[in-house]
Design a protein around this ligand. Sequence first.
Ligand code: EPU
Length: 292
Amino acid sequence: MIHEGPKLCERTTIRLGGKALAEVRVAMREDFEKLPGALRKLGGDMRLLGEGSNIIAKDGELPIVIVTKAQVHAPHVTGEDEQYVYLRADAGMRLPALLAAASSLGLTGLEGLTGIPGSVGGAFAMNAGSYGTSFGERTHSVEIFSPHTGFAEKMATDFDFAYRSCALRGHGGWFLAASVTLALGRGDKGAIRAAMRDNYGKKQSTQPVTAKSAGCVFKNPAQGVSAGKLLDEAGLKGMSLGGMRFSPMHANFLINEGGGTYAAAEELLHTAREKVRQHSGHELELEVRIWP
Ligand code: EPU
């Protein structure tokens, strides 16, 4: 299914960005197989969009085609052994819904990711992490689709997972995840739910979880060195420009207070990097993806 001119400000959690050329939505296997041809016809750079929770898009007419994935199947158990139960989820599923499904089945291992608003595919591609849990360490295998391989099952060991990144070794060009199989432990439903509640409470008291943001905008520059703390110490907390503001609660969250623009966001990000460099000598790298 192809839509013309989707607006990124309606499709990203920070609510910024202009119009893409088109959106191609894939659901069934035939849709994936038709995708390379559709993209060739449409032109423009391809970008995969999940829940849009880690993306800051530029203003204006954007020369990109976004590809989105529908959730077709409910998450389902594909097998188990002594140590793990294997739970497969469509990449187009929302991550919070996967966590809810895992907890209802009494499957443990994803509780640390509570409060992350992305999709399963996005959490895999970014190797989303929080409270000591990363998506990659729970991944058992991934069904990918690429123009070169068609559908192919890859093991977690075929990917290099690192802090907020994931790459398929030896694969040139684009691929997309169709579904991800997680290796989860057997746990007690009550204890899993309690851990999720605890983590969400912790997040709510330290991060602006309901604000229009893209989560943390910068990566932590080293293990144990918080970009938020560095930004705070360099005086960025609460700084605002043209409808955008660094959260007074956690300085690594850039918030759209309404009427914000990419231009204002860009200027604030630039100022932030300069000030942190001057104040602490740390070079901050973006965690969010800027489109295009
Ligand atoms: N801090 C400040 N001022 C601030 C922000 C933080 O002093 O404005 C201090 C906190 O008080 C704390 C320390 O910095 O002592 C660390 O803060 P926090 O626990 O919030 O962790 P973080 O390193 O800032 C990382 C991830 C978050 C993830 C949390 C919890 C990155 C860039 N951030 O934040 O991930 O939720 O740990 O695990 O890796 C994201 O990726 O979008 C994200 C929000």
